[in-house]
Design a protein around this ligand. Sequence first.
Ligand code: XIL
Length: 298
Amino acid sequence: GTTLGGAAAETGRYYGAAIAAYKLSDSQYVGILDREFNAVTPENEMKWDATEPTQGQFRYTGADQIVSHAQAHGMRVRGHTLLWHAQQPGWAQNLSGTALRSAAINHVTQVATHFKGKIYAWDVVNEAFADGSSGARRDSNLQRTGNDWIEAAFRAARAADPGAKLCYNDYNTDGVNAKSTGVYNMVRDFKARGVPIDCVGFQSHLGTGMPGDYQANLQRFADLGVDVQITELDIEQGSNQATLYGNVTRACLAVSRCTGITVWGIRDSDSWRTGQNPLLFDGGGNRKPAYTAVLNAL
Ligand code: XIL
């Protein structure tokens, strides 16, 4: 293949990018998107604050623009994200207990229903585990509604859109460590009890190194019977950026249930990691050495 998406498709995978609806009028940006990528993730447009700014009043303008663009260009859409402790609307931040639980499940149902049939995979729940050595859930307003909030969200998402793959997504879970093992134990428990979960997303916001057991970690999740995806890849610019991008690509390809990779932005100037130049294209839209390393590895 001569493009990222084309090369990934040769093994049945996708190569995606996080995109912003307001940039769809930037011809350089859209030119790269349409040439190189066969999947997209809305960077912010499907989050709770964007889709339900007032309780019970849903707004899908930006998200619908992205989904329309994807459909017109044959790209898969990763829905991101139904429930997360961050980027909640103020009204939700001010709820707790059964009022918050009902609002959260209603949010899952409404948003998943709106996009029914159009989403390849939903990040149903994002970042619900704590950093550090506890392997425990993160404290959050959602967690305080009861430990079963995650499975309740997955069941509601399945009921609303049975065709979408349902993922759990997190960061600092890219190697074998206490946090990823906490997620692993949850997924194993969900599979044992029939809670609907199909995939696990590994954000992979990497610095200038990566865990030596990156591939082994993907494989242990795949062995539980879920797909795995690299969902928000970006790698701090350093002398080894291209090498690391190649290594991540090869790790995914070595795991048969690793179904795709998404980079968290297109050009360095689009990145949320200001000044770290962590993406595959420079600010002028030119392919970087990291791009060539990925293409050669696919
Ligand atoms: C980031 C976006 O890139 C920014 O534009 C926004 O201001 C904050 O969120 N983990 C996630 C993503 O799951 O949703 C975050 O995206 C980056 C970290």
